[in-house]
Write a protein that binds this ligand. Sequence first.
Ligand code: GCO
Ligand code: MN
Ligand code: MN
Length: 387
Amino acid sequence: MAYEPQPEHKFTFGLWTVGNIGRDPFGAPTRDPLTPAQQVRLLEGSGAYGVNFHDDDLVPVDATAAERDAIIREFKQALNDTGIVVPMATANLFGDPVFKDGAFTANDPKVRAYALQKVLRAIDLGVEMGASVYVFWGGREGTETDSSKSPLESSQRFRDALNFLCRYVRDQGYNLKFALEPKPNEPRSDIYLPSVGAMLGFISTLDDPEMVGLNPEVAHEHMSGLNFTHAVAQAWDAGKLFHIDLNDQLFGRYDQDFRFGSVMLKQAFYLVKFLEDVGYAGSRHFDAHAYRTSDYADVKEFARGCMRTYLILKEKAARFNADSEIQALLAEVKADEGQYAYLAGGYSREVVARLRGETFDRAAMNRRPLPYERLDQLTIELLLGVR
Ligand code: GCO
Ligand code: MN
Ligand code: MN
C-alpha cells in the first residue's frame, strides 16, 4: 500500500515520545504512564523500525537490581515479539534536580563526576540493547546568568567529559558513535553550543573527532530562526550526520515538538528531499510528541502521521526530480558553456593571470533570467497535489 511505513525506512521513536504523558509547565499529565514494554507494543504493526531511550526511560534511577532485571526482561521480550530494535541510546542528564546547574558543565565537581558515572552506565545499557549511536543532548549545559560560570571553562569541562567517554568506548571495544545534539535554549535560558555550526566547530577540538558527529533536530534550529536543511547539509558535508531528530516547530514559539511536517510543510519537503537525494542511511528518528489533548489511540495516529508525511514528501521529492518542467528550469539556470572551466583546477599563477584578463559585461550578466518565481510556484503546485 502507498505510504505504508516499513522497517527498511528506518523510522524510530523515543520511548519518551510515544510514551509522553502530556505534562507541560502549566499542567499535570493528561495520559497515564505506560511501561517501556507497553510503549514498544504501542508501535507494534506501525512499520516503525526502532525505539530509542534515555537510561531512566527504561530503568528508573532508584531501581533495585531485581527491578532492573525484570524491566529489561520484559522490554527485551516486547522487542522480540514486535521485531523492533534499539538503534540509539542516551542518558537523561537534565530531569534530576541534581542537574539543575548542568551535568558536565556544572560548577560542582561532584555533579560532574556523577554525570560521567551515569553516562558510563547508560552507554553499557545502550550497547547491551544493541545501540550503535549514543546521543548527547546537553539540555542543562548552560546558564541563566553568565555571572555563574565562564563559557570558556564550560567548553573545557564538556570537552574533558567527551574525551574521557570516547576513550571509554574505545577501551571497551564498543561499536558506538557519539552524536551531539545542539539546542539554543529551553530548559536553560542559554544552552552552550546552540547550533549545528557551533557543534561542528567544537567537535574539531576533541581528541577523537572521528568518533563524534551530530544529531541535528528540526525544532532546535527553527527555535533560532535558522534554515534546518542548510544546517543538515553542513553536517552531511562534514561527514557528521550520524543521526537526526525529526519533528516540527514554528519560529519564535516555545519548544513545540510537533508531529513531523505538521506546521512547516515546505521546509519539511526540502529536508526529506535532501536526505533522500544524498542517500542518508541512518535512522529517521521522530523526537516529537502528540498534542496534550490526545489519548493513546490518537498517539498512534500521531506516530503514523510522522511516518506517512515523511513517505509522502519522499514521493514528492521523487516527483520534483522527475518533473521535466522543473528540471528544465534548473538546467537553464545552471547552464554552463564551460568558458570558466579553467577555474575548477584551483589556484595557480597562470589561472590568476587569465582571470585578470577576463572582461565581464555586468549589465548583460544581470539580464540572464532567473525564473525562481516560476520554479517556486511549480514546487508549491507539486506539494499541493495539482501537478
Ligand atoms: C529536547 C531534546 C531531547 C533530546 C533527547 C535525546 O528538546 O528535549 O530534543 O528530546 O533529543 O533527550 O537526547
Ligand atoms: Mn528537542
Ligand atoms: Mn531531540
